[in-house]
Each structure stands twice: as C-alpha cells, then as structure tokens.
Write a protein that binds this ligand. Structure first.
Ligand code: FRU
Length: 472
C-alpha cells in the first residue's frame, strides 16, 4: 500500500488504473458479488467505454478482473445490466450470465452478450443489436418479474425524460410495453441509468415497486443525482403513487450517481452501489492513475412517512461492520456554545467509521478538521429538520467551481439522531440511524482528518460517540 496515490480510497471500490463511471451489470452468484463498470482502459478521463470487472466475496475487498466486454463494430459499450438465467430461457445454458447493454455508435442500440464461466468472459450474441431505436435510448436494466413470469427491461429515452418498459420470455426478443416520465419528478437534465425493483415496506407485509431514475444535471445540489418514484408495476406500465411534482432523492450529497442494484442478491436483499462522483467535475478531480470510486454498498427498503408517502430507507450493507478495527469510546457529554474537540484515533490514512448519537436542541455543529486547516462543517438544525455538510474548505477544492458546495438533507422531526459516518481518503458518507437520509460527498483534504469538534447554539447532548479505525 506504500505506493498508493494519496487520494485513492482504501476501502471503496476503484479501478486499478484508468477511468471509471457507472457501476454496470452487477450480479451475485455462488458466493461472489460481480461488479462491472464503465471503464476507459487507456486514460483517466472518460472515453473508449468498456465494461471493467471486479469481484468480491464480502462486498468490501474487490479483486480486479480482466475487462469483460470491449467495444465492437456497433459501438463502445455503455451502461447495462446482467441476470443469471437459471432456467436457460435464453438457450445460452442453464445458469448462464446474460448481459444487456447499450452499443453506443452512430445511434444507441441495445445489445447482448453471455457468459458460461460465471461472468469472467463474455461472447457477443450474433443477433445484435436486439433492440433498435432512433432516439438516445440507453442503460438497460433487466429484472425477472415473478408476478408475470417474464423478464422486464427498463431503459431511458434520455432526452425525453422517459423510462421505456419491455417484456420478454427469452431475453432476446423484446416487446415494447409502456413508458413513464413526461412531467414526473425532476426534469432538468437527461434521464439515465434506471432500475426497477419491488421493495418491502418496513414494518408491514406490503411491497411497492420502485423506479430509480438517475438525472444529470438537475440534482438537489447541482449536477448529477439519483431520483426515484414509488408506485405499482404490472409488467407493462408503471403508475406512480405521488403527484408529478413530488421529487424523491436517494442521496443528498453531490457524489452519488448511476445507482443500480445487484441482480440475484442472496436472501431477498436489495443491495445497491453508486458511482461516487458528479459529471460537473468527475474528469477534473485531483487523482492521476485512476479516476473515480464507487460508493459503499448499501441495502435498501421502503418506509412509510407521516406524510403518507413511501421513501427509500438506506442502510450501509451489513458486511461493512467487518471493517471495524480498534474502537475508541468518548462516552457522553453536553455541548453548548463552547467548542469541544476530540482527537480521532489517527492511523496512517485517517480511515474511520464514526457513530454519533445526538440529542439536538437548536443547532449542533460537527466539524472534522486536520493540521492543515482543512475542515468539513456539518450542521444539524432541529428547528428546520435539516442536516447540512459544507466542504468548501475541505482541502483541494479549486479544480472546479462546482466542487465548492454545501449540501443539505431533510431529517425526521425527531431531535434525536444517530449518525454513522464513513471516512475514506477522499470521501465522506453519512447515514442517519433510520435510513431517512444519506449524504455522499467527495473531499480531498491535504492530510487526514485528526479531530472531531462539536458546538451548539442550544444545549445539545452527545449520548454516545464511538470511533473505529477502519481495518482493511
Ligand atoms: C451515465 C452515462 C450513461 C451512459 C454512460 C456512458 O453516467 O452517461 O447514460 O450509458 O454514462 O459512459
């Protein structure tokens, strides 16, 4: 680990070299989580899109595999998904991995490749493209629909702000069904990378369909972000429960895009991962050998809010607990006007998980800082029910004016919050205890954060503060 670039994340997935954007084609089979991604093997900027490949048995340690799908006469290989074809519906073999992706050439068409060695190598289907289109249509996500006993495929008509639905019995021949979009949710940018899944509603026996639609630009903090819709889906048509103007966000940071789920996850899990960057500055972040990392894996479900709406609840995947090394307990303390600072158990890289259980009155400020004067200021406002994070003085920020940002998330009405923060060499991810908000932001501090400080305009109480060194 000695020759590692300063800002290369230690426990987040990154490509060995070159450029990465969207996670693609993820599937789980026989104890292995496969992760493909938009990859440029030739430079650390976008281009020459290829499906890179990594695999993991624990969702934390990733093994770099050989790139899986290279461009061809139909174009470069844009985003898509894969499924495990257990019943050999495609005829490629029982248990074959079938990948459906966008061929980006003169136009964008949908193509297929299959693997009979568990995703290590792929053969392109001779009948490509399998879906032709004359608009900018892309980013196929295929799911098995248990209710209709058919495959469904969703993709976007990116410029029309529409999601298109298809159905199939054999993964090769697709019938166009309905479309959803036009006027629903956020519309400012192009719609990209959709996903469709049925999620359980926490504490009930109910399940609802969730349609994820990434949008760029037009996110809540500018640039790229992940919105979603909750409703019903009959295999043909998606009907949204909410009013068209209702927009729901999966993550309130600036660096969460192209979020999609693993196919065939064990135990009915819905495990998702997002590209941890923003198209506003992704090509300019201060790394060299590689560009971009993925978010930590997260498991999602739904909860019903007091306003009657269903929202996604996001929890760090349970595997992440294995990252906890030495634990330092700071116990209970009160926080008023005076700043209270606690030294973090600094290890070489400043990699931490921090758990803060807070009873907030008025405003509680939480600050991470280092010896170079870099700082990240978090503000939890119990009157406004917001949680904010300001990275404008977090270290290297001047590579893009869009990087200068303070992001804000809505919290529950409760004055009691449990925050779980994951700090890597160039990112901070914050999850609240009941999964209501997640905030993912890149930071490039000149040296690792060494101190966490608290201050309150009222009388707040830290019921518990624990920090773990990340053991990797
Ligand atoms: C989203 C996206 C996709 C496309 C891919 C190309 O970030 O623009 O729509 O398939 O990246 O790399």
């Amino acid at each position: 680990a000695k020759n590692v670039e300063k800002f290369r994340p230690a426990y987040h997935h990154t490509p060995l070299y070159g450029w990465m954007n969207d996670p693609n084609g993820m599937f789980y089979k026989d104890g292995v989580w496969h992760l493909y991604y938009q990859f440029n093997p030739y430079a650390s900027v976008w281009g020459n899109m290829t499906w890179g490949h990594s695999s993991s048995t624990d969702l934390i340690h990733w093994k770099a595999e050989a790139p899986a799908i290279y461009g061809d006469g139909l174009g470069t290989i844009f985003s898509g998904s894969s499924v495990v074809d257990k019943d050999n519906t495609s005829g490629f073999g029982s248990g074959a991995i079938v990948a459906i992706y966008t061929s980006a050439g003169m136009t964008q068409q949908q193509s297929m490749a299959y693997s009979t060695d568990n995703g290590m190598t792929f053969t392109k289907y001779s009948g490509n493209p399998i879906i032709m289109s004359d608009q900018e249509c892309r980013d196929d996500k295929v799911i098995w629909n248990e209710q209709t006993n058919k495959w469904n495929l969703v993709m976007v008509a990116a410029l029309e702000h529409q999601v298109l639905f298809y159905s199939s019995d054999d993964l090769k021949h697709w019938t166009k069904e309905g479309a959803f979009g036009h006027g629903y949710g956020a519309q400012d940018g192009v719609w990209e990378c959709p996903d469709l899944m049925q999620l359980p509603v926490r504490g009930t026996g109910e399940k609802k369909w969730v349609l994820i639609v990434n949008i760029n630009p037009g996110g809540p903090n500018g640039g790229s972000a992940t919105q979603y819709f909750v409703g019903d889906f009959d295999g043909k048509q998606f009907v949204c429960d909410s009013k068209p103007e209702c927009t729901k966000w999966m993550d309130y940071g600036k660096d969460h895009y192209a979020a999609v789920s693993w196919s065939n996850s064990p135990n009915g899990r819905h495990t998702v991962m997002a590209w941890m960057s923003n198209w506003q500055y992704a090509n300019a972040v201060p790394t060299k050998q590689f560009r971009s990392a993925n978010s930590l894996p997260r498991d999602i479900e739904l909860f019903k809010n007091v306003d009657g709406e269903y929202y996604i609840s996001t929890t760090p995947s349970p595997e992440l607990v294995a990252l906890r090394g030495k634990e330092v307990k700071y116990g209970q303390f009160s926080v008023h006007k005076k700043i209270i600072s606690k030294k973090l158990p600094l290890n070489a890289d400043g990699l931490y998980e921090i758990l803060a259980d807070i009873n907030n009155s008025n405003i509680t400020n939480i600050m991470l800082s280092n010896a170079d004067g870099d700082r990240v200021l978090m503000t939890y406002n119990s009157a406004k029910h917001t949680f904010g994070m300001d990275r404008r003085r977090s270290g290297l920020v001047d590579f893009s004016s869009d990087f200068l940002a303070a992001t804000v998330a809505p919290t529950s009405a409760s004055k009691h919050q449990t925050l779980r923060m994951f700090i890597d060499r160039s990112s901070i991810e914050i999850f609240d205890g009941d999964g209501r908000f997640v905030m993912t932001n890149l930071v490039f501090p000149r040296s690792p954060f060494t101190t966490i400080s608290f201050q309150s305009n009222g009388r707040s109480k830290i019921n518990n503060l624990k920090v773990w060194n990340i053991k990797y």
